[in-house]
Write a new protein. Structure first.
Length: 135
């Protein structure tokens, strides 16, 4: 069953990232996503299997098992396309050059701790959300 779910790897100590995960969960009406912190053993395993350099990508990775993985603005926009409501309309930004989109993404990612703060440890999901997180 996990092969059918898209996996979002996120910075578990980032307040913006944790808020984004909560945002996605509320709008994931088709139960499309599973989540894991980049810092977790599962996150580290998935990163290593794909040869991803976390010195270059340290905020969000979307994995579509058996298909591909996406980073930065590609990941964010592909996630938005799977959400309920008007969020799939953000896909229009895929028409912008990737270099431009990733520059904006990197600027926010670079400043996320300063703007939104950070936690001392990764988020612990509530009982009702545990099934959405990979241990």
């Amino acid at each position: 069953m996990l092969e059918q779910k898209k996996i979002i790897l996120f910075d578990g100590v980032c307040n913006l990232c944790n808020s984004s995960v909560q945002f996605v969960i509320k709008r994931d009406k088709n139960d499309t996503f599973r989540f894991s912190a980049l810092q977790s053993s599962v996150g580290q395993k998935l990163i290593k299997e794909r040869g991803i350099d976390t010195n270059k990508i340290d905020s969000i990775i979307l994995i579509e098992p058996q298909i591909a993985y996406y980073t930065k603005s590609d990941a964010a926009l592909k996630i938005a396309k799977s959400l309920s409501g008007g969020w799939p309309l953000l896909g229009i930004f895929m028409g912008f050059p990737k270099g431009f989109r990733d520059t904006v993404y990197d600027w926010v990612a670079r400043n996320r701790y300063q703007w939104f703060g950070r936690k001392d440890s990764c988020m612990v999901p509530t009982e009702e959300l545990k099934e959405k997180f990979l241990a």
